[in-house]
Design a protein around this ligand. Structure first.
Ligand code: HEC
Length: 194
């Protein structure tokens, strides 16, 4: 046993000696700027809504991504861009597209909606009551049931002031005309092909 132990230790040290300098020369790139912690905004305000949409990860699906996967904030909340590719078919799995705006799963094909205040293609004609009802019930003003991966279950029991804050923030955004559409029954069509 002692002989084996003596052989093992030098071998590990040798491996580390080779690996460590290589890692030190190529530190992983740091993709994020330095953090600038914000002060807690007042309950129910658009400023608090801006903080809540960050916490809620809404951009993860409702805003297209850059090539490197970062969020393209110049397109905040435009939803799945008209005619962008949909998610590929993956047998036995759930898939998304490169922008994380289109999804495909056992529930069918879903596209993250336009939440900007554009009157025709976004939520510009919604009232606060419409927005609250949609989040609380998972059914939008058109009577459409909201499907996965929209996290209605995570949001539907939020305090009134949080839902109000999110809506007040969304309506301050730059309106973007983008007719996302809706794919029914799992069949891709009308929006970008398969
Ligand atoms: C994991 C992806 C994902 C995340 C995260 C997400 N959403 Fe969604 N959202 C969707 C998808 C997909 C739809 C469309 C579902 C459908 O067509 O049935 C949707 C639909 C909606 C709708 C309904 C819009 C309409 O016109 O009917 C609202 C409102 C909404 N999301 C708000 C939010 C808010 C606010 C957040 C953050 C707190 C959020 N979403 C986070 C994917 C997401």
């Amino acid at each position: 046993m002692p002989t084996r132990a003596r052989c093992f230790v030098p071998a590990s040290v040798l491996t580390l000696a080779i690996v460590l300098p290589a890692t030190a020369q190529h530190p992983p790139a740091h993709p994020f700027p330095a953090a600038k912690p914000e002060r807690l905004a007042a309950a129910g305000t658009a400023a608090r809504g801006a903080q809540l949409v960050m916490l809620g990860g809404c951009h993860d699906c409702h805003t297209p991504k850059n090539q490197d996967g970062s969020i393209d904030f110049s397109k905040s909340f435009m939803g799945h861009p008209e005619n962008a590719p949909l998610a590929p078919q993956v047998v036995g799995g759930v898939s998304t597209n490169m922008l994380l705006t289109a999804w495909r799963g056992p529930w069918g094909v879903t596209l993250a909606r336009n939440l900007t205040p554009d009157k025709e293609t976004g939520i510009g004609s919604w009232t606060l009551a419409d927005f609250k009802k949609t989040i609380r019930t998972g059914v939008n003003p058109k009577g459409e049931a909201i499907r996965p991966p929209m996290p209605i279950a995570n949001l539907q029991n939020l305090p009134e002031s949080d839902i109000e804050a999110i809506f007040r923030h969304l309506v301050t955004l730059k309106p973007i005309r983008n007719n996302v559409g809706r794919v029914e029954g799992g069949k891709a069509g009308g929006n970008g092909g398969t």
